[in-house]
Design a protein around this ligand. Sequence first.
Ligand SMILES: O=C(O)c1ccccc1NCC(=O)[C@H](O)[C@H](O)COP(=O)(O)O
Length: 220
Amino acid sequence: MESPFRTRVKICCISSVDEARLASQLGADALGLVGRMPSGPGVVADDIAAQIVKATPPPIATFMLTSETNLAAIIAHQQRVGANTIQLVDAVPPDTYAQLHKALPAIKVVQVIHVIDERNLDEALEAVQYGVDALLLDSGNPNLAVKELGGTGRVHNWQVSRKIVEHSGVPVFLAGGLKPDNVREAIDSVQPFGLDICSGVRTNGKLDAQKLEAFMKTIK
Ligand SMILES: O=C(O)c1ccccc1NCC(=O)[C@H](O)[C@H](O)COP(=O)(O)O
């Protein structure tokens, strides 16, 4: 059955104020700003990320993606960029969410789960139990020698993602290899609160208005 709710869209790997404006004009609910990462194509310098945050009007949310796992380093990253949402792309000690909420009460915290197999359901439920505001299901592999923490362009096992949506009780964003061609099937299979996309709406690394329009049209 078709869902009566609108699927939210986060456009990630935003690299300039112009890309932020384009994504906002074409209907993005949130923008993703990728901080320093061990690998991946979407990183933006903190000073540019801060400019994008300043130029982004409400109600569009700004997600700052951090690979930091130490509380003080995560807070310092948020203070440099000023985003209203912290997206943790690596695993953190479980008390980190409560400590972040205490230190930064106005800032929402999203935990990325890199979906590999059924065991990720437990990982997701633990993050919820410890107070995370939302989950984002992606296709990285934090077990590699050089960690992959996002921006892979790969689809993961959506059956596991569907279970996480059904059991977690918090908003869940689906990421990983989404594009205009597969996004309808992704929504039907997983029923996420929101979608997150980077490489599927880009050409030669730049945000592509035609691809983004096609993506948005498919969702509506
Ligand atoms: O893009 C990167 O370089 C990156 C590296 C490490 C963590 C996250 C990264 N990108 C941001 C995202 O969260 C992507 O939107 C998400 O991984 C989906 O990417 P894609 O499969 O290319 O749509």
